[in-house]
Write a protein that binds this ligand. Sequence first.
Ligand code: AHM
Ligand code: MG
Length: 333
Amino acid sequence: MIPTQTLSRFIHSKRRLYPDSTGELSDLLVSISLGVKYISQMVATAGFKGLHGYTGKTNSHGEETRQLDEEADEVLVELLGSSQHFGLLVSEERDSVIETQAAQGEGKYVLAFDPLDGSSNIGSSIPTGTIFCIFRKKELSRPASHDDFRQPGSEIVAAGYSVYGAKTSFVYSTGSGVHGFTLDPSLGEFVLTDENIRIPTRGLIYSVNEGNTSYWSDGVKDFVGQLKSPDAASGAPYSGRYVGSLVADFDRTLRKGGIFLYPTDTKRPKGRLRLLYECMPLAFIAEQAGGLALNGPDNILALVPEDIHERSAFIVGSEHEVRWYKRVVHGLK
Ligand code: AHM
Ligand code: MG
């Protein structure tokens, strides 16, 4: 069978439903998917090119960066910084906002991304990925400014992620459903494999780093304890799955349902994951697919990042389990 729905054909067919659209956002998504193809190739060949090591530098979070982190970042900055549509870029790998040539003029959008999520897993054949989200500038007549990243996730115009694993996937939403594509290596094209993905309303899998149990609040310990205690009504015990690459844990949660959580704890009082380019894009995808995402008591998409590299707790998944978490841990409906 000939795959008729490639990513670019699909994006452009959706665009035709909106006669006023300029096509810029469609171009940007196609450019991001090109960056993802480059990174996928780099990840697949890094072992024999000797690119699994560290650079000797640290990133904005004081974490040691890997060669692949740096290379993935460079691919996206080069490719998307020259697009003329993005005024500013934020990358997990760079301390400051990157101003592009379009910052003063025509760039209508700003982009935040984690070029290679889960990079601590590099070298062990475990999936890694890329996460991104796009905002429109707050005022189109003004040059792009840092303030354009200080918008709630509900203002995201497009978000998505890729997983570099047994296959390379590309999942995105522009606010009308979530669509999934798989890279066909023989064509070098993403092909539509999952149109309009819906997260199951409940699942039977929980995903958390249980090595942190002794740092958790009593509420989180109680919640995870409930997931593990046999109970005919809830279906517990749930199965535990934790890859340690957010994109992979999120992708499984999206398709199979259940819950992923990285709560605040005594060691990480602000949480572990990054609000702007990890939690917000995936919360946008989760909500578009019918799921929920919280920072604990509040919806992730209601939060406005104060700082581009701000951390957050992240609880995401099926409506049933996320509401259960909110009730047990925060006493909220
Ligand atoms: P990274 O963006 O530097 O790779 O860090 C984020 C990763 C996530 O992919 C994953 O969910 C989390 O860190 C794992 O953290 P931990 O090792 O504390 O369980
Ligand atoms: Mg990450």
